[in-house]
Write a protein that binds this ligand. Structure first.
Ligand code: TGC
Ligand code: FAD
Length: 411
């Protein structure tokens, strides 16, 4: 009715009234209720659209089969690389040098496909390329970064250990100096890309504190073992790493950082991407449930005409919108160089929790169909159980925010 009224409006009407009519006649995008896309630059929109097309064309058609078969679609790596998605926010060495908002949008679109694909890009970019870029020697940067950006060299990041990942300061893996080289012993657990990685960034205790070591595959004494029987992130590879007297040359030690702040600064980058990524998973769930519920008639009317259902859908939109706003503001802080770890913790915790709740409720609104691989919510829901755990559990991030608020360390 407003649309008909608008059409009848004479061009001579006051501009403010015409603007009101224009705005009132637009339908909102259910997945972007605040039209955040309008606030993006042309470059940011271009990046988002390119990744969206890649995910639609190459990820969505195969991801169900990959998840069921517990297979990482490695054949996508060259395409991710060709689009500049590996190390996208780094500059030089063949990297795209995009801003933080672009990196966030990349993560969001990839995770709309599957958290496992976003995980691959997070690990390669934020956890492997970032530390080499930030703390590596000129030779290390030249040797590894261009090949990693091209997807010819796959990385993994070894921090977590079997006895407790939340407290990496107490890691047992250690390296002792022998002449100019180092001897590494210990193990790492739950390592994304572990069994397919050409290069492992491994954090180990030394007499001077925690240091980063670059281990190329096939080093004698360095072995990996695939972790099977996962119910989550089945389209991603997770492995254990073992180091038995591994001789690491001095030139493979990261010279630029000592102490826990080395690995924690990488986690800040990756957690930032996750805060964006999980929005994509939640959007995929809401899109599916809107379509499903709109076409399903129960008690004589479509499910979507039921008040209780509308409240649940509105609740999902509220969670997604809050997460989007938080991610966008986090990106602006990062691009201004003002990002603080506690802000990242709050967003990682809030957005993972929001996405998981959207996925769980979407699964429920699909009834029995919600447990079928033919629909996306259960896959996203199972994936998000990992995402809310890795890169710091919810409790760890709550305690980080609590520490920021009170000044007391309660870990
Ligand atoms: P704490 O005393 O807080 O800090 C030690 C030193 O680090 C500095 N720091 C940071 N620096 C940069 N960025 C950050 N985010 C930082 N947070 C802390 C800090 O200033 C200090 O520096 P200095 O110079 O004073 O020494 O350390 P803590 O031992 O009290 O631990 C804090 C805590 C619990 C928050 C930390 O241990 C933690 O974050 N634990 C969770 C571990 C975790 O998230 N692991 C993730 C493993 S990787 C992974 O999961 C990859 S999944 C990838 C995928 O597939 O997508
Ligand atoms: P724990 O640290 O043993 O925690 C167990 C429980 O205790 C949690 O609920 C935790 O919140 C709680 N807890 C811990 N401390 C406290 C406290 N002070 N107060 C109250 N509660 C507390 N790690 C890597 O290094 N690289 C990777 O690439 C990587 N990829 C992963 C991929 C997958 C699929 C998964 C599942 C994990 C991955 N991880 C990786 C490991 C991940 O980071 C850890 O699982 C995570 O940090 C938690 O460590 P944990 O599993 O040892 O649990």
């Amino acid at each position: 009715m407003i649309a008909r009224f608008a059409a009848a409006c004479a061009p001579g009407w006051p501009a403010i009234f015409r603007e009101w009519i224009r705005v009132s006649t637009q339908t909102l995008d259910p997945l972007d209720l605040y039209d955040l896309r309008a606030s993006l630059t042309d470059e940011e929109r271009l990046v988002q659209d390119s990744v969206r097309r890649l995910v639609d064309a190459r990820v969505l058609p195969i991801i169900r089969e990959c998840f069921e078969a517990n297979r990482f679609p490695r054949e996508l790596v060259p395409e991710l690389a060709a689009l500049g998605l590996l190390g996208s926010s780094l500059s030089g060495y063949g990297c795209a040098g995009l801003n933080a908002i672009c990196y966030g949008l990349i993560c969001q679109e990839l995770e709309r496909g599957d958290s496992g694909i976003r995980s691959f890009v997070s690990v390669q970019s934020s956890l492997c390329m970032y530390p080499i870029h930030a703390y590596g020697s000129p030779e290390q940067k030249q040797r590894y970064l261009p090949a990693m950006a091209r997807g010819e060299l796959i990385g993994c990041f070894g921090l977590t250990e079997p006895q407790g990942g939340s407290d990496p300061a107490n890691m047992k893996t250690h390296a002792r100096q022998r002449g100019h080289d180092w001897v590494l012993n210990g193990s790492k657990m739950w390592i994304t890309n572990g069994s397919i990685a050409d290069l492992a960034v491994v954090w180990a205790q030394t007499d001077d504190g925690i240091r980063g070591f670059l281990l190329e595959k096939n080093l004698p004494g360095f072995t990996t073992q695939l972790i099977e029987r996962k119910f989550s992130l089945r389209a991603s590879i997770t492995s254990a790493l073992f180091f038995d007297d591994v001789l690491v040359p001095q030139q493979n030690v990261l010279p630029g950082v000592t102490g826990l702040k080395g690995p924690l600064s990488c986690l800040t980058q990756a957690r930032y991407g996750i805060a964006w990524g999980v929005v994509g998973a939640a959007q995929a769930c809401l899109a599916q449930v809107l379509e499903y519920a709109g076409g399903r008639t129960l008690f004589g009317r479509p499910l979507t005409e039921n008040q209780a259902v509308q409240i649940r859908l509105a609740e999902m939109a509220r969670r997604i919108t809050g997460a989007q706003l938080l991610a966008l503001e986090l990106g602006r802080l990062k691009d201004r160089g003002a990002l603080q770890p506690a802000q990242v913790s709050l967003a990682k915790w809030n957005n993972c929790r929001a996405a998981l709740e959207v996925a769980r409720d979407s699964r429920d609104l699909l009834g029995g169909a919600g447990i079928s691989a033919d629909y996306v919510p259960i896959r996203h829901m199972l994936n998000l159980e990992s995402v809310i755990t890795y890169e710091g559990t919810e409790t760890i991030h709550q305690l980080s925010v609590g520490r920021e608020l009170t000044g007391h360390n309660a870990f």
